[in-house]
Design a protein around this ligand. Structure first.
Ligand SMILES: Cc1cc2nc3c(=O)[nH]c(=O)nc-3n(C[C@H](O)[C@H](O)[C@H](O)COP(=O)(O)OP(=O)(O)OC[C@H]3O[C@@H](n4cnc5c(N)ncnc54)[C@H](O)[C@@H]3O)c2cc1C
Length: 404
């Protein structure tokens, strides 16, 4: 593994860093002001569309997609340092560059598993940033970290499938630009193989029977810039059979394929969040005085800053190693490392954000600094995309296998 980035990565890094300074950070306050003046907080502020147009013009677009037919054609190792930079402004930069979850995972699924007609109808406008999308798997009634528990039904009726179920925490679904749901449900709920009972199907938002019921909160935040996290009801929603992605029974395998890249992208962005937290922590520590000396002169603040720096350097190396493995031996070969970063990164970044909040005093938990919202976002990643304990269980089992 080479420790230097290649020429293309360096060129894109320089461009992206300049784009962040010139356009993204100044737009953070503007986006909030514009959102407050919108008819609905779920609509997209004009400045976000301006950022998208500028990013696209500069070639900072679809950087996440390794398939050059559809995206920038970067390897995971090339994309990692770029995603880290966008993580410094997670409310704006990933959307500006068309690299925001859950669209990224959905575009990957469509690029990999959809047929030509599905690609034309849904992948093309997503790649162009004209629409948004959501991924609907989790259900309030069952422990959804175990995907075999899902109860939503996808029943065949002639030339149609009928979808019935209740989902929640469906990210992006509150945004009216979210035009398509990739829904995971069961086509064969009584099948012998519990991993072949599930299928994935495309359900347009305007399908009769689809109701976006309410916005779920995250520690009180509604995550407007991410399109929220909605509860969605599918009440006998009918779609043509041609909306099935892949084959009946293939849903579990598609979900597994979707989650590998999604997990590493979250970790890359989390490192960017940690870098922003360290920067804010240092700026605050040198600019505030308590009991006759700057906060930066307190030994305990030194410890927090030093520990944060050491942690970020460790995490970045593990994330880059994971990206390199995904590129060289595939997602399956990088399974242990993907789980390792998914376990290690959110909890470490939560800890760093917690210290940065502490250094800011009341300001740290306020709306005047991004720390509290970053904290809420990082904390949820110990649950979303599979809770820590599920990854620990599977990683430990694989480790133990060597000795049995
Ligand atoms: C902000 C946010 C955004 C989300 N976005 C989406 C989305 O876009 N689409 C979507 O479908 N879902 C989404 N989710 C849902 C998320 O994927 C689920 O919450 C997650 O998979 C866990 O499922 P659950 O909430 O049903 O928890 P449960 O499955 O009920 O698990 C609860 C707890 O049980 C423990 N546990 C579970 N299994 C084990 C085990 N094997 N060993 C030890 N302990 C265990 C863990 O501590 C776990 O946290 C989102 C969630 C959040 C918070």
């Amino acid at each position: 593994m080479d420790f230097a980035f290649d020429a293309r990565t360096e060129e894109l890094r320089a461009k992206l860093l300049a784009f962040m300074d010139e356009y993204v950070y100044p737009a953070e306050a503007v986006a909030e002001e514009q959102r407050a003046a919108l008819a609905s907080p779920w609509d997209t502020p004009a400045v976000v569309e301006e950022l998208k147009a500028e990013a696209r013009r500069q070639g900072l677009w679809n950087l996440f997609l390794p398939d050059a037919e559809y995206g920038a054609g970067l390897t995971n190792l090339q994309y990692a340092p770029l995603a880290e930079i966008t993580g410094r402004s997670p409310q704006l930069a990933p959307t500006a560059t068309n690299c925001a979850a859950p669209d990224t995972g959905n575009m990957e699924v469509l690029a990999q598993f959809a047929d030509e007609q599905q690609k034309k109808q849904w992948l093309e406008p997503l790649l162009a940033g004209e629409i948004r999308s959501a991924f609907a798997m989790t259900e309030p009634e069952v422990a959804s970290s175990d995907a075999t528990n899902i109860t939503t039904l996808i029943e065949r009726d002639g030339d149609e499938y009928v979808i019935t179920g209740r989902k929640w925490y469906i990210s992006g679904a509150m945004n009216p630009d979210c035009k398509i749901f990739i829904v995971m449900g069961k086509t064969d709920p009584d099948g012998d193989d519990i991993r072949r009972q599930q299928s994935m199907i495309l359900v347009p938002r305007d399908t009769p029977g689809v109701t976006v019921k309410r916005a779920m909160q995250v520690f009180g935040y509604e995550d407007h810039s991410h399109g929220g996290h909605a509860e969605v009801i599918f009440d006998h929603a009918r779609v043509p059979v041609s909306n099935l992605i892949g084959e009946e029974g293939g849903g579990f395998a598609i979900a597994q394929a979707r989650l590998g890249p999604g997990r590493i992208h979250h970790c890359m962005r989390l490192i960017g969040m940690a870098e922003r937290a360290i920067e804010l922590m240092c700026r605050r520590a040198v600019s505030r005085t308590a009991f006759g000396k700057a906060l930066a002169q307190q030994g305990v603040v030194h410890n927090w800053i030093a520990d944060a720096r050491v942690t970020v350097e460790q995490l970045r190396l593990l994330v880059l190693k994971t990206a390199w493995l995904m590129d060289t031996v595939g997602n399956k070969g990088a399974h242990t490392e993907i789980q390792a970063i998914k376990i290690a990164t959110p909890r470490a970044v939560v800890d760093i954000l917690d210290r940065a909040i502490q250094v800011h005093g009341a300001g740290g938990v306020s709306q005047d600094f991004p720390l509290a919202e970053l904290y809420a976002g990082a904390r949820t990643l110990m649950i979303a995309d599979g809770p820590d304990e599920v990854h620990q269980r599977s990683l430990a089992r694989r480790e133990l296998k060597k000795y049995v």
